[in-house]
Design a binder for this molecule. Structure first.
Ligand code: NAD
Length: 498
């Protein structure tokens, strides 16, 4: 069986760990490979190679560093189809969706190709007599990224591209469920001109994460995954004095106002609810129609669309939705459907019985719709991370607004309306990090920043955009006096420029 190892100092290495976990083809349920689970030894080796490579890389001028990313973007475009196939083979998402995963990461590589501009500091001439003041952004040293299974290309790229462009070396610990694409991304960055050791990929699970969190030479950690692990990573990394940002789970609502175009709203919900089998942190899992008539029309518009949704393996170009990533994920989603029924939600479309000839052992769950879901139910309170959409009916706008406002998560939210006043009020008052107005999945583009609020994010700077440059650098401010003729004598009071 194929064994997937690590990428350290520019080489593929098997590592010394005796522990492995299986990698599946989610469409068939077959084991396709096993991946080595690193412990402290592999993390130590990766950090040593990063520490050795980082000073030379940081001393490489930003324009040259940028050129590596220009080359990288070209290589990612060249390899797009092969990467998409590799990605969907381990993750299960459709090829088209996998291309989107890669493209959204590639766009951050494009963004950081502007790093000479992004790293420019500030300068004040004549802050006092003969005094100039300037600030510069310097890399932190070695950074680390810990990523989830659901975007095997995009999220690693969101982390290592800005970190490396800013002059850091990097340790990536990808998800053990989809390990092949991150390794390929690292190989390609070397082909683009990155010196060996600047980007290392170490596969593993909790032991590898704990070794990252405990390592004294890792200055900063970026994490994306579920909220319990995000909280843990945030607390551990901060206690160790590291800079840390940790992004967690989500429960994204889409409010449908009575004046919304119902066909557009229903189409939007189909893609946002069932695209990638609901395994997106920006998936919409709660639809909130305002008014009984809106609710009836929405459910009536959704049902035939859901029944017509083509579920199948990524290898079939007609598939619109693939399987879940693992058997455990499939079983967890099926348990949530049972719990929704037990707690009194109305099962409008039942995905439990889904079967596909030739793929009976795949991790599929059919698209599922619950109506009349209430705030107390587990299917509303918790993140399901599967193709299950809940309709929570609201009587009026204020009631609808209150639902996402009170929810523990605060990643994304959307409103569908033709009324500018309502949309503006909503965007202003909602306590959620990313807002869509007639846009169901409002993932900001690379030059803006991505991040949720409340239990969806711990730490204070977002991913990509200028926030990412701030996260992966620290500011140094220099006050310089060239007195040429000015004589002040000794001064014992607090220096001011007054
Ligand atoms: P996960 O939390 O299980 O795993 C994420 C990472 O943490 C992986 O690299 C994994 O190896 C590691 N890990 C797992 N258990 C650990 C433990 N006990 N101790 C230390 N490390 C551990 O998440 P997942 O299932 O891979 O991804 C899905 C989750 O990620 C969902 O909750 C989803 O909402 C969230 N997510 C959030 C965002 C965002 O930007 N907010 C984006 C994508 C996914």
């Amino acid at each position: 069986m194929r064994t997937i190892g690590h990428f350290i100092a520019g080489n593929h290495v098997p590592g010394s760990a005796a522990a492995f976990t299986e990698v599946f083809n989610p469409a068939t349920g077959e084991i396709t490979a096993r991946v080595a689970l690193a412990g402290g030894a592999e993390i130590d080796a990766a950090v040593a190679s990063a520490v050795a490579a980082q000073p030379i890389w940081a001393a490489t001028n930003p324009q040259r560093r940028a050129r590596v990313f220009f080359n990288y973007v070209a290589l990612l475009n060249r390899e797009m189809h092969a990467l998409a196939e590799l990605l969907s083979f381990e993750h299960g998402k459709t090829i088209e969706d996998a291309r989107g995963d890669i493209l959204r990461g590639l766009e951050v590589a494009e963004f950081v190709a502007g790093v000479p501009h992004l790293l420019k500091g500030e300068f004040t001439e004549g802050a006092g007599p003969g005094i100039d003041m300037y600030s510069m952004r310097q890399p932190l040293g070695v950074g680390a990224g810990i990523t989830p299974f659901n975007f095997p290309a995009m999220i690693p790229l969101w982390m290592f591209a800005p970190a490396i462009a800013a002059g850091n070396a990097f340790i990536l610990k990808p998800s053990e469920r989809a390990p092949s694409v991150p390794l390929r991304l690292a190989e390609l960055l070397l082909e683009a001109g990155l010196p060996p050791g600047v980007l290392n990929v170490v596969n593993g699970g909790k032991a590898a994460v704990d070794a990252v969190l405990a390592h004294p030479d890792i200055a900063a950690v970026s994490f994306v995954g579920s909220t319990p692990i995000a909280r843990y990573v945030y607390a551990q990394a901060a206690a160790g004095g590291k800079r840390v940002q940790a992004f967690g789970g989500a429960k994204n609502h889409m409010i449908v106002m009575p004046d919304a175009d119902m066909d557009k709203a229903a189409d939007a919900l189909m893609g946002a609810g069932y695209g990638s089998a609901g395994e997106r942190c920006m998936a919409v899992s709660v639809a909130v129609p305002v008014g009984r008539d809106t609710g009836d029309r929405l459910v009536a518009a959704l049902k035939p669309r859901i029944e017509a949704l083509r579920v199948g393996p990524a290898s079939d170009p007609a598939s619109e939705m693939g399987p879940l990533v693992t058997r455990e994920a499939q079983q967890r989603v099926l348990r949530y459907i049972e719990s929704g029924i037990a707690q009194g939600a109305e099962l409008a479309v039942d995905g439990r019985g889904f079967r596909l000839q030739g793929y009976e052992h795949g991790f599929f769950v059919g698209p599922t719709l619950f109506d009349h879901v209430t705030e107390e139910m587990d299917i509303y309170r918790e993140e399901i991370f599967g193709p299950v959409l809940s309709v929570v009916r609201a009587d009026n706008y204020e009631q609808a607004l209150g639902l996402p406002m009170r929810h523990a998560y605060g990643n994304g939210v959307a409103i569908f309306t033709r009324d500018g006043d309502t949309a503006r009020d909503f965007a202003s008052r909602i306590n959620i990090g990313m807002v869509g107005i007639n846009v169901p999945v409002p993932v900001p583009l690379a030059y803006h920043s991505f991040g949720g609020w409340k239990a969806s994010s711990f730490g204070d700077l977002n991913q990509h955009g200028t926030d990412s440059i701030r996260f992966w650098t620290r500011t140094k401010t220099v006050t310089a006096r060239w007195p040429s003729g000015i004589r002040n004598g000794a001064q014992y009071q607090m220096p001011t420029m007054a």
